[in-house]
Write a protein that binds this ligand. Sequence first.
Ligand code: HC1
Ligand code: SF4
Length: 580
Amino acid sequence: DIKITIDGKEVELPIGSTILQGAQKLGIHIPTLCHLDLHDIKMVNQSASCRVCVVEVEGRRNLAPACATPVTNGMVIRTNSIKVLNARKTVVELLISDHPKECLTCSKSGHCELQDLSEKMGIRNINITGNSMSTYKKEYTTSIIREMDKCIMCRRCETMCNNVQTVGVLSGINRGFDAVVAPAFDEKLEDTVCTHCGQCVAVCPVGALSEEDSTWRVVEALADPEKVVVVQTAPATRVALGEAFGLEPGTVVTGEMVAALRRLGFNYVFDTDFAADLTIMEEGTELLGRLDKYLAGEEVALPILTSCCPAWVNFIESQYHELIDIPSSARSPQQMFGAVAKTYFAEKLEIPREKLVVVSIMPCLAKKFEASREEFSVEGNPDVDIVLSTRELAHLIKRANLNLKELEKEEYDNPLGISTGAGLIFGVTGGVLEAALRTSYEIKTGKTLEKIEFEQVRGFDGLRVASVDLGGITLNVGLAHGLGNARDLLDEIKDGNPRNLHAIEVMACPGGCIGGAGQPYHHGDVNVLKKRTASIYSEEKNLTLRKSHENPAVKELYETYLGKPMSEKAHHLLHTHYSK
Ligand code: HC1
Ligand code: SF4
Protein backbone atom coordinates (compact mmCIF):
# COMPACT_ATOMS: atom_id res chain seq x y z
CA ASP A 1 0.00 0.00 0.00
CA ILE A 2 0.92 3.64 -0.43
CA LYS A 3 0.70 6.24 2.31
CA ILE A 4 -0.22 9.82 1.47
CA THR A 5 -1.35 12.91 3.35
CA ILE A 6 -4.28 15.01 2.23
CA ASP A 7 -5.06 18.25 4.07
CA GLY A 8 -3.05 17.00 7.02
CA LYS A 9 -4.76 13.60 7.21
CA GLU A 10 -2.98 10.35 6.42
CA VAL A 11 -4.46 7.57 4.34
CA GLU A 12 -3.26 4.28 2.90
CA LEU A 13 -4.22 3.24 -0.60
CA PRO A 14 -3.49 0.39 -2.99
CA ILE A 15 -0.97 1.06 -5.77
CA GLY A 16 -2.61 2.63 -8.80
CA SER A 17 -5.14 4.63 -6.79
CA THR A 18 -5.73 8.26 -7.61
CA ILE A 19 -5.58 11.29 -5.34
CA LEU A 20 -9.35 11.58 -5.76
CA GLN A 21 -9.84 8.06 -4.40
CA GLY A 22 -7.67 8.95 -1.45
CA ALA A 23 -9.75 12.03 -0.72
CA GLN A 24 -12.94 10.03 -1.03
CA LYS A 25 -11.59 7.49 1.46
CA LEU A 26 -10.92 10.32 3.90
CA GLY A 27 -14.29 11.93 3.29
CA ILE A 28 -12.65 15.02 1.83
CA HIS A 29 -14.72 16.49 -0.97
CA ILE A 30 -12.86 17.51 -4.12
CA PRO A 31 -15.22 18.97 -6.72
CA THR A 32 -15.31 17.15 -10.07
CA LEU A 33 -17.13 17.72 -13.33
CA CYS A 34 -16.00 15.48 -16.17
CA HIS A 35 -15.07 12.64 -13.84
CA LEU A 36 -17.62 9.86 -13.30
CA ASP A 37 -16.87 6.53 -11.72
CA LEU A 38 -19.64 3.94 -11.81
CA HIS A 39 -17.35 0.95 -12.12
CA ASP A 40 -20.13 -1.48 -11.11
CA ILE A 41 -21.63 -0.80 -14.50
CA LYS A 42 -18.30 -0.31 -16.32
CA MET A 43 -18.87 3.43 -16.62
CA VAL A 44 -15.61 5.11 -15.72
CA ASN A 45 -14.97 8.47 -17.36
CA GLN A 46 -11.46 9.59 -16.69
CA SER A 47 -10.91 12.10 -19.44
CA ALA A 48 -9.38 14.61 -16.99
CA SER A 49 -10.48 17.27 -19.43
CA CYS A 50 -12.17 19.80 -17.16
CA ARG A 51 -9.46 20.35 -14.53
CA VAL A 52 -11.99 21.27 -11.87
CA CYS A 53 -10.47 18.73 -9.47
CA VAL A 54 -6.96 20.25 -9.39
CA VAL A 55 -4.99 19.99 -6.13
CA GLU A 56 -1.58 21.11 -4.94
CA VAL A 57 1.07 18.41 -4.56
CA GLU A 58 4.04 19.40 -2.40
CA GLY A 59 7.22 19.65 -4.45
CA ARG A 60 5.41 20.00 -7.79
CA ARG A 61 5.20 23.28 -9.63
CA ASN A 62 1.95 22.60 -11.46
CA LEU A 63 -1.37 21.72 -9.94
CA ALA A 64 -2.47 18.14 -10.57
CA PRO A 65 -5.92 16.82 -11.56
CA ALA A 66 -6.93 14.63 -8.60
CA CYS A 67 -9.03 12.29 -10.74
CA ALA A 68 -6.13 11.23 -12.95
CA THR A 69 -3.03 11.58 -10.80
CA PRO A 70 -1.80 8.32 -9.32
CA VAL A 71 -0.63 8.45 -5.73
CA THR A 72 3.01 7.88 -4.80
CA ASN A 73 4.42 7.10 -1.40
CA GLY A 74 4.75 10.08 0.91
CA MET A 75 2.76 12.47 -1.29
CA VAL A 76 1.54 15.54 0.57
CA ILE A 77 -1.56 17.09 -0.98
CA ARG A 78 -3.60 20.20 -0.35
CA THR A 79 -7.09 20.40 -1.75
CA ASN A 80 -8.05 23.85 -0.52
CA SER A 81 -5.06 26.21 -0.71
CA ILE A 82 -5.56 29.70 -2.13
CA LYS A 83 -3.69 28.63 -5.26
CA VAL A 84 -6.09 25.70 -5.72
CA LEU A 85 -9.22 27.74 -5.11
CA ASN A 86 -8.10 30.37 -7.58
CA ALA A 87 -7.25 27.84 -10.25
CA ARG A 88 -10.58 26.09 -9.83
CA LYS A 89 -12.45 29.34 -10.09
CA THR A 90 -10.61 30.22 -13.29
CA VAL A 91 -11.40 26.80 -14.74
CA VAL A 92 -15.09 27.22 -14.05
CA GLU A 93 -15.05 30.79 -15.39
CA LEU A 94 -13.44 29.58 -18.59
CA LEU A 95 -16.07 26.87 -18.99
CA ILE A 96 -18.87 29.36 -18.42
CA SER A 97 -17.35 31.91 -20.79
CA ASP A 98 -18.09 29.50 -23.64
CA HIS A 99 -21.44 28.37 -22.28
CA PRO A 100 -24.88 29.87 -22.92
CA LYS A 101 -26.19 31.77 -19.89
CA GLU A 102 -29.79 30.66 -20.28
CA CYS A 103 -30.12 28.86 -16.98
CA LEU A 104 -33.66 30.22 -16.56
CA THR A 105 -34.94 28.13 -19.43
CA CYS A 106 -32.51 25.24 -19.38
CA SER A 107 -33.93 21.74 -18.93
CA LYS A 108 -31.13 20.92 -16.49
CA SER A 109 -31.68 23.96 -14.30
CA GLY A 110 -31.48 22.84 -10.70
CA HIS A 111 -29.69 19.63 -11.65
CA CYS A 112 -26.79 21.08 -13.63
CA GLU A 113 -23.37 20.27 -12.23
CA LEU A 114 -21.81 23.35 -13.85
CA GLN A 115 -24.46 25.62 -12.36
CA ASP A 116 -23.82 23.99 -9.03
CA LEU A 117 -20.06 24.57 -9.31
CA SER A 118 -20.54 28.17 -10.35
CA GLU A 119 -22.67 28.72 -7.27
CA LYS A 120 -20.13 27.00 -5.01
CA MET A 121 -17.23 29.02 -6.45
CA GLY A 122 -19.19 32.21 -5.89
CA ILE A 123 -18.90 33.29 -9.50
CA ARG A 124 -20.94 36.43 -10.00
CA ASN A 125 -19.57 37.73 -13.29
CA ILE A 126 -17.33 36.46 -16.04
CA ASN A 127 -14.25 38.58 -16.61
CA ILE A 128 -12.88 36.49 -19.42
CA THR A 129 -13.55 38.20 -22.75
CA GLY A 130 -12.56 37.69 -26.34
CA ASN A 131 -13.96 34.19 -26.70
CA SER A 132 -16.24 33.38 -29.55
CA MET A 133 -19.12 31.19 -28.49
CA SER A 134 -19.84 27.91 -30.21
CA THR A 135 -22.98 28.11 -32.30
CA TYR A 136 -24.39 24.63 -32.48
CA LYS A 137 -28.07 24.35 -33.28
CA LYS A 138 -30.55 22.43 -31.22
CA GLU A 139 -31.26 18.98 -32.59
CA TYR A 140 -34.43 17.09 -31.76
CA THR A 141 -34.76 13.34 -32.02
CA THR A 142 -37.92 11.51 -31.02
CA SER A 143 -36.56 11.06 -27.50
CA ILE A 144 -33.53 13.25 -27.01
CA ILE A 145 -32.71 16.93 -27.42
CA ARG A 146 -29.12 17.87 -28.15
CA GLU A 147 -28.03 21.43 -27.46
CA MET A 148 -24.40 21.21 -28.29
CA ASP A 149 -23.62 24.85 -27.59
CA LYS A 150 -23.94 23.69 -23.98
CA CYS A 151 -21.48 20.81 -24.38
CA ILE A 152 -18.46 21.18 -22.08
CA MET A 153 -16.52 18.30 -23.64
CA CYS A 154 -16.49 16.20 -20.50
CA ARG A 155 -17.01 13.18 -22.75
CA ARG A 156 -19.13 11.26 -20.29
CA CYS A 157 -21.72 10.62 -23.01
CA GLU A 158 -19.01 9.32 -25.30
CA THR A 159 -17.74 6.90 -22.65
CA MET A 160 -21.28 5.74 -21.95
CA CYS A 161 -22.25 5.24 -25.58
CA ASN A 162 -18.96 3.62 -26.60
CA ASN A 163 -17.73 1.69 -23.58
CA VAL A 164 -20.89 0.74 -21.73
CA GLN A 165 -23.50 0.54 -24.48
CA THR A 166 -21.03 -0.24 -27.29
CA VAL A 167 -23.27 1.58 -29.72
CA GLY A 168 -20.48 3.97 -30.59
CA VAL A 169 -22.32 6.85 -32.20
CA LEU A 170 -20.75 9.64 -30.11
CA SER A 171 -17.18 10.90 -30.28
CA GLY A 172 -15.26 14.14 -30.00
CA ILE A 173 -15.16 16.06 -33.29
CA ASN A 174 -13.73 19.44 -34.34
CA ARG A 175 -11.24 21.62 -32.45
CA GLY A 176 -11.14 24.71 -30.29
CA PHE A 177 -14.47 26.39 -29.70
CA ASP A 178 -16.11 24.08 -32.23
CA ALA A 179 -15.05 20.98 -30.35
CA VAL A 180 -18.09 18.90 -29.49
CA VAL A 181 -19.15 15.33 -28.87
CA ALA A 182 -21.32 14.27 -31.79
CA PRO A 183 -21.98 11.51 -34.31
CA ALA A 184 -19.28 11.13 -36.98
CA PHE A 185 -19.38 13.88 -39.63
CA ASP A 186 -21.85 15.68 -37.39
CA GLU A 187 -24.65 13.56 -38.79
CA LYS A 188 -28.06 13.91 -37.15
CA LEU A 189 -28.37 11.57 -34.16
CA GLU A 190 -31.77 10.39 -35.41
CA ASP A 191 -30.11 9.14 -38.60
CA THR A 192 -27.51 7.04 -36.80
CA VAL A 193 -27.81 3.66 -35.09
CA CYS A 194 -28.53 5.43 -31.80
CA THR A 195 -30.83 3.16 -29.78
CA HIS A 196 -32.53 6.02 -27.91
CA CYS A 197 -31.46 4.36 -24.66
CA GLY A 198 -30.79 7.83 -23.31
CA GLN A 199 -27.91 6.76 -21.09
CA CYS A 200 -25.89 9.62 -22.55
CA VAL A 201 -28.56 11.95 -21.18
CA ALA A 202 -28.41 10.23 -17.80
CA VAL A 203 -24.74 11.10 -17.38
CA CYS A 204 -24.55 14.52 -19.07
CA PRO A 205 -23.64 16.98 -16.30
CA VAL A 206 -25.13 19.98 -18.11
CA GLY A 207 -28.09 20.70 -20.39
CA ALA A 208 -26.37 19.56 -23.59
CA LEU A 209 -28.40 16.35 -23.60
CA SER A 210 -31.93 16.14 -22.28
CA GLU A 211 -35.22 14.47 -23.08
CA GLU A 212 -37.92 15.65 -25.40
CA ASP A 213 -40.43 17.40 -23.11
CA SER A 214 -44.06 16.39 -23.60
CA THR A 215 -45.50 17.75 -20.39
CA TRP A 216 -47.49 20.57 -22.04
CA ARG A 217 -49.03 18.16 -24.52
CA VAL A 218 -50.36 16.24 -21.53
CA VAL A 219 -51.71 19.41 -19.93
CA GLU A 220 -53.51 20.23 -23.19
CA ALA A 221 -55.05 16.77 -23.39
CA LEU A 222 -56.19 16.98 -19.78
CA ALA A 223 -57.79 20.35 -20.44
CA ASP A 224 -59.68 19.09 -23.49
CA PRO A 225 -63.28 18.26 -22.46
CA GLU A 226 -63.66 16.09 -25.58
CA LYS A 227 -60.98 13.64 -24.47
CA VAL A 228 -60.89 10.79 -22.02
CA VAL A 229 -57.31 10.64 -20.75
CA VAL A 230 -55.91 7.44 -19.26
CA VAL A 231 -52.45 6.97 -17.83
CA GLN A 232 -50.27 3.92 -17.26
CA THR A 233 -47.29 3.89 -14.90
CA ALA A 234 -44.27 1.69 -15.59
CA PRO A 235 -43.04 -0.70 -12.87
CA ALA A 236 -39.82 1.19 -12.14
CA THR A 237 -41.34 4.66 -11.77
CA ARG A 238 -42.78 4.04 -8.29
CA VAL A 239 -39.40 3.45 -6.65
CA ALA A 240 -37.78 6.59 -8.11
CA LEU A 241 -40.37 9.35 -8.39
CA GLY A 242 -40.02 10.15 -4.68
CA GLU A 243 -36.40 11.18 -5.20
CA ALA A 244 -37.62 14.24 -7.07
CA PHE A 245 -39.43 15.22 -3.88
CA GLY A 246 -36.47 14.74 -1.58
CA LEU A 247 -37.27 11.18 -0.52
CA GLU A 248 -34.59 8.51 -0.16
CA PRO A 249 -33.81 6.57 -3.35
CA GLY A 250 -36.00 3.50 -3.46
CA THR A 251 -38.84 4.96 -1.40
CA VAL A 252 -41.99 3.33 -2.71
CA VAL A 253 -44.57 5.97 -3.66
CA THR A 254 -47.06 3.94 -5.69
CA GLY A 255 -50.18 5.13 -3.85
CA GLU A 256 -49.03 8.75 -3.72
CA MET A 257 -48.25 8.67 -7.44
CA VAL A 258 -51.74 7.35 -8.20
CA ALA A 259 -53.24 10.11 -6.04
CA ALA A 260 -51.16 12.77 -7.80
CA LEU A 261 -52.20 11.51 -11.24
CA ARG A 262 -55.85 11.68 -10.20
CA ARG A 263 -55.40 15.23 -8.91
CA LEU A 264 -53.79 16.14 -12.22
CA GLY A 265 -57.05 15.19 -13.88
CA PHE A 266 -56.47 11.82 -15.51
CA ASN A 267 -59.80 10.07 -15.93
CA TYR A 268 -58.36 6.61 -15.31
CA VAL A 269 -55.13 5.75 -13.56
CA PHE A 270 -53.87 2.38 -14.76
CA ASP A 271 -50.73 0.34 -14.38
CA THR A 272 -48.20 -0.95 -16.91
CA ASP A 273 -47.73 -3.82 -14.44
CA PHE A 274 -51.10 -5.13 -15.67
CA ALA A 275 -49.72 -5.22 -19.20
CA ALA A 276 -46.50 -6.80 -17.95
CA ASP A 277 -48.62 -9.70 -16.67
CA LEU A 278 -50.27 -9.85 -20.07
CA THR A 279 -46.84 -9.89 -21.72
CA ILE A 280 -45.90 -12.90 -19.63
CA MET A 281 -48.99 -14.77 -20.80
CA GLU A 282 -48.01 -14.19 -24.42
CA GLU A 283 -44.25 -14.49 -24.09
CA GLY A 284 -44.44 -17.44 -21.71
CA THR A 285 -46.72 -19.29 -24.12
CA GLU A 286 -44.35 -18.50 -26.96
CA LEU A 287 -41.40 -19.77 -24.92
CA LEU A 288 -43.15 -23.02 -24.03
CA GLY A 289 -44.23 -23.46 -27.64
CA ARG A 290 -40.69 -23.08 -28.90
CA LEU A 291 -39.37 -25.39 -26.18
CA ASP A 292 -41.86 -28.13 -27.06
CA LYS A 293 -40.76 -27.99 -30.68
CA TYR A 294 -37.12 -28.04 -29.64
CA LEU A 295 -37.69 -31.09 -27.43
CA ALA A 296 -39.49 -32.79 -30.31
CA GLY A 297 -36.35 -32.28 -32.37
CA GLU A 298 -37.85 -29.66 -34.68
CA GLU A 299 -35.99 -26.69 -36.12
CA VAL A 300 -36.82 -23.71 -33.91
CA ALA A 301 -35.49 -20.25 -33.15
CA LEU A 302 -33.74 -20.42 -29.77
CA PRO A 303 -32.75 -18.86 -27.49
CA ILE A 304 -35.85 -16.75 -27.29
CA LEU A 305 -35.00 -13.13 -26.44
CA THR A 306 -37.21 -10.82 -24.41
CA SER A 307 -38.55 -7.93 -26.44
CA CYS A 308 -39.94 -5.45 -23.94
CA CYS A 309 -37.00 -3.05 -23.87
CA PRO A 310 -37.26 -0.69 -26.87
CA ALA A 311 -33.60 0.39 -26.91
CA TRP A 312 -32.64 -3.26 -26.97
CA VAL A 313 -35.01 -3.86 -29.88
CA ASN A 314 -33.43 -0.92 -31.72
CA PHE A 315 -29.99 -2.36 -30.98
CA ILE A 316 -30.72 -5.81 -32.35
CA GLU A 317 -32.52 -4.38 -35.38
CA SER A 318 -29.62 -2.16 -36.32
CA GLN A 319 -26.69 -4.35 -35.34
CA TYR A 320 -27.68 -8.03 -35.44
CA HIS A 321 -29.79 -8.56 -38.57
CA GLU A 322 -28.89 -12.20 -38.64
CA LEU A 323 -30.55 -12.77 -35.25
CA ILE A 324 -33.75 -10.87 -35.95
CA ASP A 325 -35.88 -14.03 -35.92
CA ILE A 326 -35.13 -15.02 -32.35
CA PRO A 327 -36.66 -12.26 -30.18
CA SER A 328 -40.11 -12.96 -28.85
CA SER A 329 -42.73 -11.38 -31.07
CA ALA A 330 -44.58 -10.12 -27.99
CA ARG A 331 -44.95 -6.35 -27.89
CA SER A 332 -43.68 -4.55 -24.84
CA PRO A 333 -46.05 -3.98 -21.92
CA GLN A 334 -46.27 -0.29 -22.80
CA GLN A 335 -47.52 -1.15 -26.28
CA MET A 336 -49.75 -4.01 -25.15
CA PHE A 337 -51.35 -1.60 -22.75
CA GLY A 338 -51.93 0.96 -25.50
CA ALA A 339 -53.46 -1.62 -27.84
CA VAL A 340 -55.75 -3.00 -25.14
CA ALA A 341 -56.76 0.48 -23.94
CA LYS A 342 -57.67 1.65 -27.44
CA THR A 343 -59.75 -1.45 -28.20
CA TYR A 344 -61.02 -3.41 -25.20
CA PHE A 345 -61.24 -0.46 -22.84
CA ALA A 346 -62.50 2.07 -25.41
CA GLU A 347 -65.19 -0.43 -26.34
CA LYS A 348 -66.15 -0.79 -22.68
CA LEU A 349 -66.53 2.99 -22.52
CA GLU A 350 -68.32 2.94 -25.87
CA ILE A 351 -66.10 5.62 -27.32
CA PRO A 352 -64.02 5.65 -30.51
CA ARG A 353 -60.28 5.22 -30.05
CA GLU A 354 -59.64 8.77 -31.22
CA LYS A 355 -61.45 10.12 -28.16
CA LEU A 356 -59.13 8.25 -25.85
CA VAL A 357 -55.69 9.68 -25.04
CA VAL A 358 -53.21 7.15 -23.64
CA VAL A 359 -50.35 8.64 -21.64
CA SER A 360 -47.45 6.56 -20.31
CA ILE A 361 -45.18 7.40 -17.42
CA MET A 362 -41.93 5.62 -18.15
CA PRO A 363 -38.45 5.51 -16.61
CA CYS A 364 -37.17 5.36 -20.15
CA LEU A 365 -36.52 7.69 -23.08
CA ALA A 366 -36.62 4.99 -25.75
CA LYS A 367 -40.28 4.44 -24.86
CA LYS A 368 -40.96 7.77 -26.59
CA PHE A 369 -39.43 6.35 -29.73
CA GLU A 370 -41.25 3.04 -29.33
CA ALA A 371 -44.63 4.75 -29.06
CA SER A 372 -43.90 6.63 -32.28
CA ARG A 373 -43.28 3.49 -34.34
CA GLU A 374 -45.71 3.24 -37.20
CA GLU A 375 -46.66 -0.37 -36.52
CA PHE A 376 -48.10 0.71 -33.17
CA SER A 377 -50.80 2.93 -34.64
CA VAL A 378 -54.09 2.42 -36.42
CA GLU A 379 -54.74 4.75 -39.32
CA GLY A 380 -52.45 7.35 -37.84
CA ASN A 381 -53.87 7.09 -34.33
CA PRO A 382 -51.14 5.79 -32.02
CA ASP A 383 -51.83 3.16 -29.38
CA VAL A 384 -49.84 5.26 -26.93
CA ASP A 385 -50.24 8.98 -27.55
CA ILE A 386 -47.79 10.61 -25.18
CA VAL A 387 -44.87 9.27 -23.16
CA LEU A 388 -43.52 11.15 -20.15
CA SER A 389 -40.41 10.25 -18.23
CA THR A 390 -40.49 9.92 -14.45
CA ARG A 391 -38.71 13.30 -14.33
CA GLU A 392 -41.36 14.90 -16.51
CA LEU A 393 -44.08 13.54 -14.24
CA ALA A 394 -42.28 15.06 -11.25
CA HIS A 395 -42.32 18.41 -13.07
CA LEU A 396 -46.02 18.13 -13.80
CA ILE A 397 -46.79 17.32 -10.18
CA LYS A 398 -44.74 20.28 -8.94
CA ARG A 399 -46.26 22.56 -11.55
CA ALA A 400 -49.72 21.66 -10.21
CA ASN A 401 -48.56 22.62 -6.73
CA LEU A 402 -48.99 19.15 -5.35
CA ASN A 403 -46.69 17.79 -2.71
CA LEU A 404 -46.29 14.11 -3.39
CA LYS A 405 -45.18 13.44 0.17
CA GLU A 406 -48.40 14.79 1.64
CA LEU A 407 -50.86 12.97 -0.59
CA GLU A 408 -52.90 10.12 0.84
CA LYS A 409 -52.22 6.86 -0.96
CA GLU A 410 -54.83 5.82 -3.52
CA GLU A 411 -55.49 2.66 -5.55
CA TYR A 412 -55.28 2.12 -9.30
CA ASP A 413 -58.50 1.94 -11.30
CA ASN A 414 -60.10 -1.22 -12.66
CA PRO A 415 -59.53 -3.22 -14.78
CA LEU A 416 -56.21 -2.18 -16.34
CA GLY A 417 -54.78 -1.22 -12.98
CA ILE A 418 -54.84 -4.71 -11.52
CA SER A 419 -51.49 -6.44 -11.44
CA THR A 420 -49.30 -8.99 -9.72
CA GLY A 421 -45.82 -8.96 -8.28
CA ALA A 422 -44.56 -10.63 -11.44
CA GLY A 423 -45.47 -7.47 -13.32
CA LEU A 424 -43.74 -5.29 -10.75
CA ILE A 425 -40.38 -7.07 -10.95
CA PHE A 426 -40.19 -6.26 -14.67
CA GLY A 427 -38.57 -3.07 -13.45
CA VAL A 428 -35.29 -4.72 -12.44
CA THR A 429 -32.71 -6.76 -14.33
CA GLY A 430 -33.78 -10.40 -14.17
CA GLY A 431 -37.38 -9.57 -13.41
CA VAL A 432 -38.92 -10.32 -16.78
CA LEU A 433 -37.31 -13.73 -16.90
CA GLU A 434 -38.28 -14.49 -13.31
CA ALA A 435 -41.88 -13.54 -14.03
CA ALA A 436 -41.83 -15.74 -17.14
CA LEU A 437 -40.35 -18.65 -15.19
CA ARG A 438 -43.02 -18.46 -12.49
CA THR A 439 -45.78 -18.78 -15.07
CA SER A 440 -44.04 -21.19 -17.44
CA TYR A 441 -43.22 -23.57 -14.60
CA GLU A 442 -46.78 -23.76 -13.35
CA ILE A 443 -48.29 -24.04 -16.81
CA LYS A 444 -45.78 -26.64 -17.93
CA THR A 445 -45.91 -28.83 -14.82
CA GLY A 446 -49.43 -28.14 -13.60
CA LYS A 447 -47.87 -27.87 -10.14
CA THR A 448 -47.71 -24.94 -7.74
CA LEU A 449 -44.23 -23.50 -7.27
CA GLU A 450 -42.96 -24.16 -3.78
CA LYS A 451 -40.52 -21.31 -3.88
CA ILE A 452 -41.64 -18.48 -6.01
CA GLU A 453 -38.38 -16.53 -6.00
CA PHE A 454 -35.89 -17.59 -8.63
CA GLU A 455 -32.80 -16.33 -6.82
CA GLN A 456 -30.60 -17.76 -9.61
CA VAL A 457 -31.60 -15.01 -12.00
CA ARG A 458 -31.35 -12.13 -9.52
CA GLY A 459 -28.27 -9.98 -9.03
CA PHE A 460 -26.48 -6.94 -10.36
CA ASP A 461 -23.70 -8.48 -12.45
CA GLY A 462 -23.94 -7.20 -16.00
CA LEU A 463 -24.01 -10.64 -17.53
CA ARG A 464 -25.37 -13.68 -15.73
CA VAL A 465 -26.31 -17.21 -16.70
CA ALA A 466 -28.27 -19.76 -14.72
CA SER A 467 -29.93 -23.12 -15.10
CA VAL A 468 -33.47 -23.57 -13.91
CA ASP A 469 -35.52 -26.73 -13.52
CA LEU A 470 -38.74 -26.49 -15.43
CA GLY A 471 -40.33 -29.72 -14.29
CA GLY A 472 -37.73 -32.16 -15.53
CA ILE A 473 -36.39 -29.93 -18.28
CA THR A 474 -33.29 -27.89 -17.57
CA LEU A 475 -33.71 -24.42 -18.95
CA ASN A 476 -30.51 -22.45 -19.47
CA VAL A 477 -31.06 -18.75 -19.25
CA GLY A 478 -28.88 -15.71 -19.82
CA LEU A 479 -29.38 -12.17 -18.57
CA ALA A 480 -27.73 -8.94 -19.59
CA HIS A 481 -28.24 -5.35 -18.59
CA GLY A 482 -26.36 -2.65 -20.42
CA LEU A 483 -26.05 -3.07 -24.17
CA GLY A 484 -22.34 -3.92 -24.04
CA ASN A 485 -23.18 -7.00 -21.98
CA ALA A 486 -25.99 -7.80 -24.39
CA ARG A 487 -23.49 -7.61 -27.23
CA ASP A 488 -21.31 -10.21 -25.49
CA LEU A 489 -24.29 -12.56 -25.22
CA LEU A 490 -25.37 -12.00 -28.81
CA ASP A 491 -21.86 -12.64 -30.08
CA GLU A 492 -21.94 -15.90 -28.18
CA ILE A 493 -25.22 -16.86 -29.85
CA LYS A 494 -23.75 -16.00 -33.24
CA ASP A 495 -20.82 -18.25 -32.42
CA GLY A 496 -23.11 -21.24 -32.11
CA ASN A 497 -24.56 -20.79 -28.61
CA PRO A 498 -21.90 -22.83 -26.78
CA ARG A 499 -23.70 -22.58 -23.45
CA ASN A 500 -26.91 -23.86 -25.03
CA LEU A 501 -29.01 -20.97 -23.75
CA HIS A 502 -32.76 -21.29 -24.24
CA ALA A 503 -33.94 -17.89 -23.10
CA ILE A 504 -32.27 -14.52 -22.70
CA GLU A 505 -33.43 -11.35 -21.02
CA VAL A 506 -31.88 -8.08 -22.06
CA MET A 507 -32.41 -4.63 -20.62
CA ALA A 508 -30.52 -1.80 -22.26
CA CYS A 509 -30.03 0.27 -19.14
CA PRO A 510 -27.71 -0.60 -16.28
CA GLY A 511 -29.85 -2.13 -13.54
CA GLY A 512 -32.81 -2.59 -15.88
CA CYS A 513 -35.65 -0.08 -16.02
CA ILE A 514 -34.93 1.22 -12.51
CA GLY A 515 -31.78 2.69 -14.12
CA GLY A 516 -33.68 4.11 -17.09
CA ALA A 517 -32.60 7.43 -18.51
CA GLY A 518 -35.89 9.09 -17.61
CA GLN A 519 -35.53 8.49 -13.88
CA PRO A 520 -34.43 11.25 -11.50
CA TYR A 521 -30.69 11.80 -12.04
CA HIS A 522 -28.49 9.46 -9.99
CA HIS A 523 -25.53 11.88 -10.22
CA GLY A 524 -23.02 9.09 -10.43
CA ASP A 525 -24.15 7.14 -7.38
CA VAL A 526 -24.67 3.49 -8.26
CA ASN A 527 -26.19 2.89 -4.83
CA VAL A 528 -29.24 4.77 -6.02
CA LEU A 529 -29.83 1.99 -8.55
CA LYS A 530 -29.23 -0.70 -5.95
CA LYS A 531 -31.69 0.87 -3.51
CA ARG A 532 -34.39 1.06 -6.16
CA THR A 533 -33.78 -2.60 -6.98
CA ALA A 534 -34.02 -3.67 -3.35
CA SER A 535 -37.29 -1.78 -2.98
CA ILE A 536 -38.89 -3.49 -5.96
CA TYR A 537 -38.09 -6.89 -4.47
CA SER A 538 -39.16 -6.04 -0.94
CA GLU A 539 -42.39 -4.46 -2.15
CA GLU A 540 -43.10 -7.47 -4.32
CA LYS A 541 -42.67 -9.90 -1.46
CA ASN A 542 -45.66 -8.43 0.31
CA LEU A 543 -48.09 -8.69 -2.56
CA THR A 544 -50.73 -11.38 -2.43
CA LEU A 545 -50.78 -12.06 -6.15
CA ARG A 546 -47.31 -12.78 -7.53
CA LYS A 547 -47.83 -14.78 -10.71
CA SER A 548 -49.02 -13.27 -13.95
CA HIS A 549 -51.43 -16.09 -14.77
CA GLU A 550 -53.26 -15.39 -11.51
CA ASN A 551 -54.07 -11.80 -12.47
CA PRO A 552 -57.90 -11.72 -12.46
CA ALA A 553 -58.12 -8.77 -14.86
CA VAL A 554 -55.83 -10.51 -17.33
CA LYS A 555 -57.91 -13.68 -17.03
CA GLU A 556 -61.06 -11.71 -17.71
CA LEU A 557 -59.47 -10.04 -20.72
CA TYR A 558 -58.76 -13.46 -22.21
CA GLU A 559 -62.16 -14.88 -21.29
CA THR A 560 -64.21 -12.04 -22.66
CA TYR A 561 -62.07 -10.60 -25.43
CA LEU A 562 -58.89 -12.26 -26.57
CA GLY A 563 -59.74 -15.94 -26.26
CA LYS A 564 -56.42 -17.44 -25.25
CA PRO A 565 -52.74 -16.47 -25.39
CA MET A 566 -51.42 -16.40 -28.97
CA SER A 567 -54.97 -16.47 -30.36
CA GLU A 568 -55.52 -14.64 -33.62
CA LYS A 569 -56.86 -11.59 -31.85
CA ALA A 570 -53.99 -11.68 -29.36
CA HIS A 571 -51.57 -11.92 -32.24
CA HIS A 572 -53.08 -8.95 -33.93
CA LEU A 573 -53.14 -6.73 -30.84
CA LEU A 574 -50.22 -7.95 -28.76
CA HIS A 575 -47.49 -9.08 -31.14
CA THR A 576 -45.22 -7.35 -33.59
CA HIS A 577 -42.51 -7.98 -36.17
CA TYR A 578 -39.02 -6.56 -36.46
CA SER A 579 -37.33 -4.78 -39.29
CA LYS A 580 -33.86 -5.46 -40.64
FE1 HC1 B 1 -39.73 -1.07 -18.21
FE2 HC1 B 1 -41.45 -2.59 -19.25
S1 HC1 B 1 -40.27 -3.08 -17.40
S2 HC1 B 1 -39.58 -1.89 -20.34
O1 HC1 B 1 -38.12 -1.90 -18.06
O2 HC1 B 1 -41.28 -4.35 -20.00
O3 HC1 B 1 -39.51 1.58 -19.42
O4 HC1 B 1 -40.35 0.08 -15.52
O5 HC1 B 1 -42.55 -0.09 -18.39
O6 HC1 B 1 -43.13 -1.66 -21.59
O7 HC1 B 1 -43.86 -3.31 -17.67
C1 HC1 B 1 -39.49 0.62 -18.86
C2 HC1 B 1 -40.02 -0.31 -16.50
C3 HC1 B 1 -41.66 -0.82 -18.54
C4 HC1 B 1 -42.56 -2.04 -20.68
C5 HC1 B 1 -42.99 -3.06 -18.31
FE1 SF4 C 1 -25.61 6.31 -27.46
FE2 SF4 C 1 -27.82 5.62 -26.11
FE3 SF4 C 1 -27.08 8.16 -26.26
FE4 SF4 C 1 -28.01 6.93 -28.44
S1 SF4 C 1 -29.15 7.37 -26.59
S2 SF4 C 1 -26.24 8.28 -28.34
S3 SF4 C 1 -27.21 4.86 -28.11
S4 SF4 C 1 -25.94 6.50 -25.24
